[in-house]
Design a protein around this ligand. Structure first.
Ligand code: XMP
Length: 525
């Protein structure tokens, strides 16, 4: 009987906090499987999930209003430990008979909490020892409301001067509440607190390791696919590359990868991917040159959402045609990852706005003939990277900056032409080359050039040059949901700008994008 790595699992009920995915990542980091579900998950579904513990996330609402989210009552009767974080603590306190008061003033930022009566969750976890021998922790607070009366059976285990009940505990029932956020890295001992909860208190074994995840995925792929053939759209990005390596390991030559040159790739990308996978790893790889098809369909289309839709649909058509030509392919593999699933669920339940339709999420046509194989759909990006490394993929693939499915198509605002893609490809290659040489490629999370279809006047040598503008974009981010523009050194920007203008005749000006996300997004479209 193979090991069931999902057997010991934690349930996270999401009340809408921007940090909910971080809770899940910390638990996974502690070696335990967990899933995020909406706070109003069906009671029967909670029972069938059979969690070893439940975590209630933070959220933007206030429990002092009557129509705001509450915890399904089964949670406190499930007989398993429960940890409420921020709103999760407040809602726990209120539903179990305590009291929550609306804030006069919000508390946001670092705080030092004193651990008054150590509970099982916090005992022996400390950042400082105070003069009186008590311990304290450096934590991240972000709240308005606070618990002002404990529910029966609870003790106050930590406090600050502005938040007298910063943590509460009922060791007998193993119910805990934290007003601060252990999931964010600013809370120095946050990881240890979460690890304590899931391993010592909930008693979960550390089964969620890279090697176990790989073995489990391989078994599942074999079970799902049998002796059938699988087709994978390989882009050379980390997700599809890890899917390729995993499926190849599971079923060898039953896997065929299709690399579509859609005319929206970076310089020499097709050759690099071919070299890596067909030549080094021995994967069956078909290269389809579909540049004319894609560019022709994009002619005169300038609406970003329409462009994405056309590119997504054309991809699927190319896969379908390739599969049909080969006759006997039943499965299509995809590099969908867990955040894609959470975000598309949030957008279908109306909890999040669709900012951009990412085309590998929910964008598959109903008429698609193949069934999906999605071996990464339970994993976060950092987990995908760890298993990529464990599978022996080189760092240059595993730590490559993400590249969007619609490729250069969303880096050319408005209409896309072959001439524009060619200019952009050269500028992007110069930018990345200089970043690598200066040791900045690894320091930023994503960097690329954007082609701006506006002309400006320049003077090169003694000649006037009336040519296009290229904008450079480099960002630092952990989760790509928020990002800070990277503060690249001026000298480096100067070198890059000079090279682009000197080496590409069609460019007369280079700008640097200094917009954070939010309010801007990372890609320009
Ligand atoms: P935005 O522009 O939404 O980008 O701030 C966040 C991250 O997602 C990538 N991105 C995409 N990836 N298909 C993808 O596979 C897409 O349609 C897509 N659009 C944006 C973007 O490069 C960044 O890493």
């Amino acid at each position: 009987m193979p090991l069931d790595i999902h057997e010991e699992r934690i349930l996270i009920l999401d009340f809408g906090s921007q940090y909910t995915q971080l809770i899940a990542r910390r638990i996974r980091q502690a070696g335990v499987y967990c899933e995020i579900h909406p706070f109003n998950m069906d009671e029967q579904a909670i029972k069938s999930f059979a969690p070893k513990a439940i975590i209630l996330s933070g959220g933007p609402e206030t429990v002092t209003a009557s129509n705001t989210p509450r915890v399904p009552s089964v949670v406190f009767k499930a007989g398993c430990p429960v940890l409420g974080i921020c709103y999760g603590m407040q809602v726990m306190a209120q539903q179990l008979g305590g009291h929550v008061t609306s804030a006069v003033k919000n508390e946001f930022g670092y705080a030092r909490v004193r651990v008054d009566t150590p509970c099982r969750l916090l005992q022996q976890i400390r950042d400082h020892t105070e003069n009186d021998g008590s311990s304290s922790l450096d934590v991240w607070m972000s709240h308005g409301d606070k618990v002002t009366a404990l529910p029966p059976g609870f003790t106050c285990s930590a406090s600050t001067s502005s938040c007298p009940i910063a943590a509460m505990a009922n060791d007998k029932h193993q119910f805990y509440g934290l007003q601060f956020h252990p999931e964010v890295t600013h809370t120095k001992q946050g990881y240890h607190i979460i690890e304590r909860f899931v391993t010592d208190i909930a008693g979960c074994k550390k089964l969620w390791t890279a090697q176990n995840i790989i073995d489990d995925a391989i078994n599942n792929i074999r079970d799902q696919v049998g002796s059938n053939k699988v087709l994978l759209g390989l882009s050379g990005g980390v997700d599809s590359s890890v899917v390729a390596a995993l499926i190849h390991k599971a079923i060898g030559h039953q896997l065929t990868c299709v690399f579509v040159d859609n005319g929206l790739l970076r310089l020499n990308e097709a050759d690099q991917v071919k070299q890596m996978f067909a030549d080094n790893i021995g994967i069956n790889l078909i290269q389809v040159n579909a540049e004319d098809n894609f560019l022709q369909r994009l002619t005169d289309v300038d609406d970003p959402e329409k462009k994405r839709k056309i590119i997504g649909e054309t991809f699927i058509e190319v896969f379908d045609e390739t599969a049909e030509r080969r006759g006997d392919i039943k499965f299509l593999a995809q590099g969908t990852i867990y955040p894609d699933i959470i975000e598309s669920a949030a957008s279908t339940t109306g909890k999040a706005h669709v900012i951009k339709s990412h085309h590998n999420v929910g964008g598959l046509p109903k008429t698609m003939k193949m069934q999906l194989v999605e071996p990464l759909k339970e994993l976060f990006k950092d987990e995908v990277r760890s298993i990529g490394i464990a599978l022996g993929l080189p760092d240059e693939i595993v730590y490559r900056h993400p590249f969007p499915g619609p490729g250069l198509g969303v880096r050319i605002p408005g209409k896309v032409t072959k001439a524009y893609t060619s200019i952009l490809r050269q500028a992007d290659a110069i930018f990345i080359d200089e970043l690598r040489q200066a040791g900045w490629y690894e320091k930023v999370s994503q960097a690329f050039a954007v082609f701006l279809p506006v002309k400006s006047v320049g003077v090169v040598g003694d000649k006037r040059r009336y040519a296009y503008v290229v904008s450079l974009r480099a960002v630092e981010t952990v989760d790509f949901m928020t990002a800070r523009w990277a503060h690249l050194p001026y000298d480096l920007l100067a070198t890059i700008s000079a090279r682009i203008i000197n080496e590409i005749d069609q460019v007369s000006r280079v700008t640097y994008d200094i917009s954070d996300k939010p309010p801007a997004t990372i890609e320009w479209e």
